[in-house]
Design a protein around this ligand. Structure first.
Ligand code: SF4
Length: 323
């Protein structure tokens, strides 16, 4: 019987990747972007204004992650509208001309006559879980500020929404944070902190002065989380680049484990301290077995010392009803 050889199905990925790559374009940076003004390093922000064309382009993998995030963020706003929330002014441009600050607020919502800027942020599941310990609910900024300080990109969000609130003449802003893994949403209410807002405006002034004078601010002390990921790393610290000892890897599972480890680090320290004190106390007692409250402590002699095991006592079974 004659056999016919089939050609392989078309490669759908190559054109998709080409399309994804084509969506990225480094555009001239002629203003201080509200989304960046809260960044860790002022020198980087001056580089963005003066040497933007020399910024290291993000990898295609990272660009795809950004694009995916933007897609999800648009969907969140559509869902809010379908849910009956009055979402106004999507992707509205903001500008403070004198200070050369610009921004694009995702949306605004109106509450009691006040127009409140809303910014949607998508996050990987492990970051979201680490920040929003109670899951989906409304959080005050003070409840999550410490967690938002753990990553360089998370640290920028407060500055961004602070400037949006200031530019919109609002006393509040909302961060809506989407868990990309589960679709869960958390809301963070940010009250405008005028002192912090003022510090951002002064920062914009300093950057503008550097741009005009052709000068640069001092470098921040070398930070392994910030500098090697900075798009101007090679420009700013060329001597570091050649001898970079750190390999930057992308591994979601390992990253999840590291986040989990960080999450429980304090708890583990508290456990070890209590465990050490407890066992030292039990070793000093003459009894072999003793109970305290609902706990049973048992000592066993080993060749290298005394081991103490701690166990929760079983709840007593209720007495059987008499016949
Ligand atoms: S490499 Fe470090 S010091 Fe230099 S601009 Fe970037 S973040 Fe700032």
């Amino acid at each position: 019987m004659e056999t016919t050889t089939k050609t392989a199905p078309p490669d759908l990925l190559a054109p998709w990747l080409r399309h994804k790559a084509s969506l990225f374009r480094q555009t001239p940076c002629t203003s201080n972007r509200a989304s960046q003004l809260g960044a860790d390093c002022e020198r980087e922000l001056v580089y963005w204004r003066t040497r933007w064309s020399e910024a290291l382009e993000p990898s295609l993998e990272l660009r795809i992650i950004f694009q995916e995030g933007e897609k999800h963020e648009r969907e969140v706003l559509q869902e809010l509208q379908r849910a009956g929330v009055q979402v106004l002014e999507q992707q509205c441009s903001l500008e403070w001309r004198d200070l050369e600050i610009t921004g694009h607020v995702d949306a605004t919502v109106v509450s009691e006559g006040e127009s409140i800027p809303v910014d949607v942020k998508s996050m990987s599941a492990h970051i979201w879980d680490a920040v929003f310990r109670d899951g989906t609910r409304v959080y005050a900024w003070s409840e999550v500020s410490e967690a938002f300080g753990r990553k360089p990109w998370l640290r920028k969000y407060l500055g961004q929404v602070t400037l949006y609130a200031l530019l919109r003449g609002s006393e509040r802003a909302i961060l809506l944070c989407l868990n990309k893994g589960t679709g869960a949403l958390a809301q963070v209410n940010v009250e405008l902190d005028y002192e912090y807002a003022e510090s951002l405006l002064r920062r914009a002034e300093r950057i503008n002065a550097h741009v005009r004078a052709g000068t640069l601010p001092e470098r921040i002390p070398f930070d392994e989380e910030v500098c090697p990921r900075c798009p101007f790393y090679a420009l700013c610290l060329p001597e570091h680049v050649g001898r970079e000892p750190i390999a930057f890897l992308e591994d979601a599972e390992v990253e999840r484990l590291l986040e989990e480890r960080a999450l429980h680090e304090e708890g583990a320290r508290v456990f070890t301290k209590a465990d050490d004190r407890l066992k030292a106390w039990a070793r000093a007692r003459p009894e072999e077995r003793l109970t305290v409250g609902r706990w049973l402590l048992e000592k066993r002699k080993l060749s290298r010392g005394v081991r103490v095991d701690v166990q929760a006592l079983e709840e007593r079974a209720p007495a059987a009803a008499s016949a």
